[in-house]
Design a protein around this ligand. Structure first.
Ligand code: ATP
Ligand code: MG
Length: 250
């Protein structure tokens, strides 16, 4: 455990950074994960380190998609495993989704370390180790998925996914929910639902919305999904970054 003074003005941000450092030390997070974290922090800073109203809306839409899904899968990489393992397990429980470890730089050692880490946080039946199916259009290592996991899913939540793979998953006809702090990155731009927020805030907020929508009918959930405008969500995040606001006078 780390010693960050709780009264530090950027307490949350420092805590998050330490979780990633810890992830690297434990063999869960890759060294490239540190760089991804740095990029994320920069965008989070520009977004005000808070969930914007439009991100909150996207998180509600994400919850509706997960609840409507025949088979939802939450994809887990080394960064999110280090940042919010318990929160991912909880979301999977609430919406009835599978968890699948899916790495950009796949090593069997890191795969196993992440599966064990998720199990230590209460997960059962974590997918990803079988790797008995392939995403079409990607190179061998990056194409590996489980036949009864991501390959079979109709809705996939991919936090911090690489642009190519996000695109390949969409090309397979899957509904892609991408959590990424950079609205200009290709990954959220190819997503059905771009969630421009820190995964640390986004995942528990999707869970909160899913609980809130637990009694909604499929028609009500479909109305929420249909009303969503992905382009507008991206544009709103970009306006915030550029203007320090949502474009309105405040
Ligand atoms: P591409 O254009 O192919 O998507 P990229 O420029 O996004 O590539 P990556 O290495 O995939 O390159 O970047 C990591 C992404 O993850 C960045 O967009 C960064 O903002 C995002 N990110 C990092 N940490 C977090 C976090 N905690 N929550 C949400 N997003 C994050
Ligand atoms: Mg990206």
């Amino acid at each position: 455990e780390v010693d960050v003074p709780e009264d530090h003005p950027r307490y949350e941000s420092l805590l998050t950074r330490h979780r990633i450092e810890d992830g690297v030390a434990k063999g869960i997070t890759s060294q490239q994960g540190l760089i991804a974290q740095g990029r994320g922090e920069a965008f989070d800073y520009l977004l005000g380190e808070e969930t914007t109203p439009s991100a909150d809306e996207a998180e509600r839409v994400a919850a509706a998609h997960l609840l409507l899904a025949e088979h939802a899968v939450l994809s887990v990489n080394g960064n999110v495993a280090a940042l919010c393992p318990g929160e991912l397990v909880e979301l999977a429980d609430v919406v009835g989704a599978d968890l699948e470890v899916n790495l950009f730089n796949r090593t069997e050692e890191r795969m196993r370390a992440i599966v064990e880490h998720l199990e230590a946080h209460g997960a059962t039946d974590v997918k990803g180790l079988a790797a008995d199916a392939r995403i079409p259009g990607l190179s061998h290592e990056r194409a590996k998925v489980d036949a009864d996991g991501i390959y079979d899913a109709d809705v996939v939540l991919v936090p911090l996914e690489d642009g190519d793979r996000a695109e390949a998953l969409s090309a397979m006809g899957k509904t892609n929910v991408v959590v990424d702090l950079n609205p200009m990155s290709r990954s959220p731009q190819t997503a059905a639902v771009p969630v421009i927020d820190n995964v640390v805030r986004a995942i528990p907020n999707v869970t909160r919305h899913a609980r809130d929508l637990a009694d909604a009918t499929d028609d009500e959930l479909r109305d929420i999904v249909d009303a969503f405008d992905a382009e507008a969500a991206l544009a709103d995040a970009e306006a915030r970054i550029r203007d320090g606001g949502d474009g309105s006078i405040d």
